[in-house]
Design a protein around this ligand. Structure first.
Ligand SMILES: [Zn+2]
Length: 133
């Protein structure tokens, strides 16, 4: 499964101002994080390298929220409040896309794995995570 070809998925926020493209396999491996912010939002993380993410529109509508170490840059649409992607603490040189914000027509399946973000230092003892590919 690790060598599935990448296809282009599209997604965005609720009001439609924020739109993006992301290159990822058809079967998406995503993580469900139990940290303070992800659990409240129900965020499903699809982690991609920076070159596999393209913001198409909505830069002017995005607002940035940080807390704790400030390493993660949570980016919300200031109009509808939806966080459709952001720069995660685990992968500061990439993006986390919210798999729940992808358009429905391209992903064949979501494989959801739990991630223990509440115990971040234990989950990522090196301080950050690796990309799967
Ligand atoms: Zn919006």
């Amino acid at each position: 499964m690790s060598e599935q070809p990448l296809i282009t998925h599209r997604g965005g926020c609720h009001c439609g101002r924020v739109r993006f493209e992301v290159d990822a396999p058809q079967v998406l491996r995503v993580s469900e994080c139990n940290c303070s912010i992800c659990s409240k939002a129900g965020y499903l993380h699809l982690i991609v390298r920076a070159e596999h993410f393209r913001l198409l529109s909505g830069e002017e509508a995005l607002t940035t929220y940080t807390f704790n170490t400030g390493a993660a840059r949570h980016r919300f649409c200031s109009v509808c409040g939806i966080k459709s992607f952001y720069v995660p603490r685990s992968h500061p040189d990439g993006f986390s896309v919210n798999a729940r914000c992808l358009d429905a027509d391209t992903a064949r399946e979501l494989i959801v794995r739990p991630f223990d973000g509440r115990n971040w230092e234990r989950s990522y003892p090196e301080g950050r995570g690796d990309f799967e590919r």
